[in-house]
Design a binder for this molecule. Structure first.
Ligand code: DNO
Length: 356
């Protein structure tokens, strides 16, 4: 496995590359160009500058999260071909600068959703949480303002007010998009880009829907093992792969994360490691990575990765806010660094045990 750390750029992130470099075992950055509007081509000079900055700090830039997919593609509008062409160009541009993996998602309108970005936990830390009852009380038209008002002034990936400024129109545009259509539109998109991925040796990794069920009456199609199977069969190529986010897919107690890892092993290119404490169906909060703090058994998850011979990229996902840190919700330095130390420890123990 290759240990990585998500970084939002020098202007946007409270965490520095120098700090990341000092976390044991981290070799690479999961980078992004967050200011490029969804659908536009990522310019080569910007990619080159990002790569240089990261390489100069002694780290690699082989993973991007995310190149977001324009709604025209998800809805299936005639202009999707233009946006797919742009996506193909972005893949080629990224490949030219050594990028090997691109993460994306196919959630209509909204990206990851939470009802609270700073829920106080018993130990004085705060964490992101989700409560379906609270979400049901929010008018979807107000959700963008509600979510952004909790961010402490940091930009939130996937919640760009510019893109989501015209929510009424967006909802209207999605009104005929049911699950079947969304799947067909994903297939059309993958058929358009996977040949380019093959040509450039760049793997795609889809992030599951977060949370892994339908929200605000919009269809979602990456929620469980059956969905993953369907998705991988849409274009049966190693370049069409998964970003398996443990805390995301594991927020539904029906999803057995270690079993999913064992089932789809070779098609998982990116492992997001996050733990969640599930109170009941539809209500959870993100916990520290430690197994006994959450509902997921991290030992079993890392063991499953070890057993399938995982040699892709891995990163700690959201952490709690601890030790008074002020950072983008979920993306502070301290708890994610603790997560890495824990994952490294589990991996080393499992590996040495195996060699006995
Ligand atoms: C939330 C992340 C998401 C994820 C995208 C992938 O913090 O898990 O923003 O990066 O959904 O496209």
């Amino acid at each position: 496995m290759k240990m990585t750390f998500r970084w939002f750029g020098a202007k946007e992130d409270s965490v520095t590359l120098e700090q990341i470099r000092q976390i044991p075992g981290v070799s690479g950055i999961v980078g992004m160009l967050g200011d490029i509007p969804v659908g536009e081509v990522w310019p080569k000079d910007r990619i080159a500058a990002l790569k240089k900055e990261i390489n100069d700090a002694g780290l690699e830039l082989e993973v991007i999260e995310s190149v977001n997919v324009h709604d025209a593609i998800k809805i299936g509008l005639p202009e999707r071909d233009k946006y797919i062409e742009n996506y193909r160009t972005t893949i080629r541009n990224l490949a030219q600068y050594g990028v090997k993996l691109i993460t994306y998602n196919f959630m209509p309108v909204f990206d990851w959703t939470r009802s609270d970005l700073a829920m106080p936990l018993g130990d004085g830390s705060t964490a992101l949480s989700y409560d379906q009852d609270a979400i049901d009380k929010i008018d979807p038209q107000n959700i963008v303002a509600t979510i952004n008002s909790m961010s402490g002034g940091f930009s939130l990936p996937g919640w760009e007010p510019e893109r989501l400024g015209k929510l009424k129109e967006l909802f209207l545009a999605y009104k005929d998009v049911n699950e079947e259509k969304l799947v067909a539109n994903l297939k059309y998109f993958l058929e358009g880009i996977i040949p380019v991925c093959k040509e450039c040796d760049v793997k795609m990794a889809i992030h599951p829907d977060d949370p892994p069920w339908n929200i605000f009456g919009l269809p979602r199609i990456v929620r469980n093992a059956d969905d993953l199977e369907r998705l991988l069969n849409l274009v049966d190529s190693p370049y069409n792969g998964l970003c398996l986010c443990s805390g995301c897919i594991g927020a539904d107690p029906k999803n057995n994360v270690p079993a999913i890892i064992r089932r789809f092993g070779e098609r998982i290119h990116f492992a997001h490691i996050r733990n969640v404490k599930i109170d009941c169906l539809g209500k959870f909060h993100e916990s520290s990575h430690l197994s006994c703090d959450g509902s997921l058994d991290l030992y079993e998850i890392i063991k499953a990765y070890y057993d399938v011979g995982f040699n892709g990229y891995i990163r700690p996902d959201h952490g709690r806010m601890i030790w008074g840190e002020k950072a983008r919700p979920g993306y502070g330095l301290y708890d994610r660094a603790l997560g890495i130390a824990y994952i490294n420890g589990l991996w080393e123990a499992i590996e040495k045990d195996h060699r006995k």
